[in-house]
Design a binder for this molecule. Sequence first.
Ligand code: 5GP
Ligand code: ZN
Length: 113
Amino acid sequence: MDNCIFCKIVAGEIPSTKVYEDDTVLAFNDLDPQAPAHILLIPKNHIGSAGEITPENSAVVAHIFEVAAKLAAEKGFADGFRVVTNCGASAGQSVHHLHFHLLAGRDFTWPPG
Ligand code: 5GP
Ligand code: ZN
């Protein structure tokens, strides 16, 4: 997708600090971390948001959660971690390429603000 920041990160046109990559998923550190560990997990193919997940493209979402579990185990998030996706303006989505925030390293409140 033209003018999509995360597609440009996938293409290597914008630098990122990668923590995991395979054929379909990329994970990299968030530029503005909201916790001691703040990793973004994205499908390499453009999906606009969680609202655009369909039977045709949902396999990568399961794979993203497998990668999240693997990273959490490897990085020792023993006290817990949070995985969240913001969908749409009222939920605070600012980048319109599906991404899951993997946050860890501090306590989190519930419900989120
Ligand atoms: P959202 O607000 O859409 O849920 O999350 C977008 C996230 O992308 C934010 O946490 C923001 O800090 C991060 N972000 C935006 N632009 C960039 C970038 O160019 N590089 C990286 N690594 N993170 C970015
Ligand atoms: Zn994109």
